[in-house]
Design a protein around this ligand. Sequence first.
Ligand SMILES: NC(=O)c1ccc[n+]([C@@H]2O[C@H](COP(=O)([O-])OP(=O)(O)OC[C@H]3O[C@@H](n4cnc5c(N)ncnc54)[C@H](OP(=O)(O)O)[C@@H]3O)[C@@H](O)[C@H]2O)c1
Length: 334
Amino acid sequence: MSEVNRVWRLVKRPVGMIEDDVLSFEREPIPRPGEGQFLFRLNYLSLDPTNRIWMSDMDQYMPPVALGAPMRGVVCGTVTDSRHAGFAAGDVVSGIGTWADYQLGAPPVLNKLSAVEGIPTAEAFGLFAVVGPTAYFGLIDVGRPAAGETVVVSAAAGAVGSVVGQIAKIKGCRAVGIAGSDEKCRSLAELGFDGAVNYHKEELPLALKRACPGGIDVYFDNVGGDILDACLGQMNLNGRIPTCGLISQYNAAGDVPGPKNYPAIVMKRLRVQGFIVLDYAARYPEAIAALAQWLRAGKLQFRVDVRTGLENALPALRALFSGDHRGKLMIHVQ
Ligand SMILES: NC(=O)c1ccc[n+]([C@@H]2O[C@H](COP(=O)([O-])OP(=O)(O)OC[C@H]3O[C@@H](n4cnc5c(N)ncnc54)[C@H](OP(=O)(O)O)[C@@H]3O)[C@@H](O)[C@H]2O)c1
């Protein structure tokens, strides 16, 4: 075991894109577990759009990371020392931790990773920790899709979006994805999506009309902004919009305009509902069981984009905003 703990600390709040000087990479002593805690070594660090939210001091669903504190992250690691009766060296844990080689943990923030036979750790962590439950509860509970309806999802080739589209297909819906390149749109066809729109290349309202001739019943919103506006304009009566995320706005330095098609919410009697996956924590086993079964049955494909080295976490995080990644982005640490 290395004697040094490498820790990324937040030293500055980002304005616009996350620049290199927002975090500093420190070398510190390895902490020792107190009574009721365990020490674990980081194996995988999940990189998530919400990292950008946590770095800021905007009004959010958790306290922002304090300046000077270790950067918060969704983590997966192996227990190396334990003073908690429920955990022993060798246990694989996951939950909310920090961007550090060694960390202290305890439930309920960190728990044993739901190990599912036949699913490798990176895939299990990537799918079950956040992404899969977000897609599952966001689409099924919030979006309430009925067979035969048209479900549109943005950031469709990304981690959450790709799972949303595949669950929509499993539920008997027509799935249409919006993504940022022709190559990503082709990958959606391979996942069974019925249609795809490249928002960088095509005029969105026209392209959506072509891809959704019967209108949109459920728009699963991962991005907000102009894409939300275009989808609002094509919603069917009693349509649903699960608002999962607003990645197009996370790096905005100032105010962002509201949607021009806001009146559609009244005219079409839409239900627009935001949600945070943490609120579904008690029901995670339901989502994990369903996702694992679909994965094993070949009905669900899940792609992970694993980069190497904790030292590369900050530049890798930016790939979420440029779209330069394929599938669930994470860092393999050790
Ligand atoms: N509510 C919750 O509890 C919850 C939980 C997890 C995630 N989320 C949200 O879900 C969304 C997707 O997260 P993820 O982890 O699955 O990430 P992801 O989709 O794997 O990666 C982000 C993708 O967003 C797209 N994107 C980036 N900037 C954009 C822009 N300005 N306009 C349009 N698209 C843009 C890029 O795809 P293209 O190349 O196609 O542009 C990029 O690949 C995020 O908004 C995130 O905050 C919410």
